[in-house]
Design a protein around this ligand. Sequence first.
Ligand code: SF4
Ligand code: SF4
Length: 431
Amino acid sequence: MRLKTFKFGIHPKDMKELSHDCKFEEMPTGEKVYIPLAQHLGTPASACVEVGDYVKVGTKIGEASSYVSCNVHSSVSGIVEGFVLRENAMGKRIRHVCIANDGKYEEDFLPPLENPTREELVARCKECGLAGMGGATFPTHVKLENKNPIKALIINGSECEPYITTDYRLMIDKSQEVLEGIRYLAKAIGAPEIWIGIEANKDDAIEEMLRVTAGDNSIKVFALKTKYPQGGEKQLIYALAHQKVPAGGLPSDLGFIVLNISTALAMYEACALGKPLFSRYMTVSGKGINRPANIWVRFGVPFVEIVDYLGYRDDVQKVISGGPMMGVSLHSFMPVVTKGSSALLLLIEEEIRAVDPTTCINCARCANVCPMGLMPMMTDALVLKNMIKEIKPYNPLSCIECGCCAYVCPAKRPLVQSQRLAKKLIRERKL
Ligand code: SF4
Ligand code: SF4
């Protein structure tokens, strides 16, 4: 199979060997869960339960408060104890619903859908609170409700971030359910074709997806070159369709919608089982964790319970929620599992690069790897001088924050932070 790919990018060590053979195991849930009302992109959900209410697994506890918002559901059965402010992984204090787990796990699911129409599928996706589970957490129903004619649903099976092996395991261990979810998604957007892109370092996942899709001519499985950020929406579309999403445009403008493997599984569970989104599969890895694992875990479980369950070394230097390229560093284990928690990484000294930045030496390596064709060194230099107006031609708004530039920079410049700051200032100053 000829490998497809995009221009530029990097080849970080993938470190997937730590967890790729770890089959999913259920993470035990403690006496309390803390479920944030904001665990998706857009406006937070509004609480629709009160202190003292009895809720079941799947009971709606937060109602989407706008179009770009998601419903939130309980992950346990028990009594709502209160509303507490806790830090999320981004360090922001937000409202969490605290529920005392009665350990009975009584369920409050919806009836399964039989031969659903497009409208019923979108409505189910919305009711069950689906959000992109690769980490972006964009409300899935908003993507499904797009009005452009769609040529193909693109399924992102690349899982290009180092360490993470959740989607890989789902393609191996739950291929049939994933495929059913993909079919529901394709029907919901009226896509005549389905393209599944998987990086070549997951050859057994490619084989499994080829096996389960054999005989269905509407589905094509493509092997992608193992390169970061192969799973970026724009990079995936370029690799498979050789088309560029214009700056400020959307994949649907070109007739594509991109969703990932975990989201497809969530769609299967919502439609076939009536299960609202209250749990996820995630990878816990890094050399700092005693027992790397792929776990099934309920939302609202604090990370501290996960690391206590799997054990960790006392020389951990860095903790990351998500992958090492696009995830966020944590300063405590108190944040909880949410819709976007694709991974939890505990890294030791040999896995990180803790050095202070020095002056740019104008080597242009950052520009040579940028998959968006940007010049990160220019943005960085101009941000330092607070010359925000002058940054605009360097187009930081197109930056996908993949981190390739910072990864290769010999001066260890904080190039992603510069891009983020530039975006923020351009928007704030309405340039
Ligand atoms: S400038 Fe942005 S898009 Fe380009 S490599 Fe850096 S983080 Fe990635
Ligand atoms: S890679 Fe680093 S040192 Fe080289 S040009 Fe870019 S910012 Fe400067």
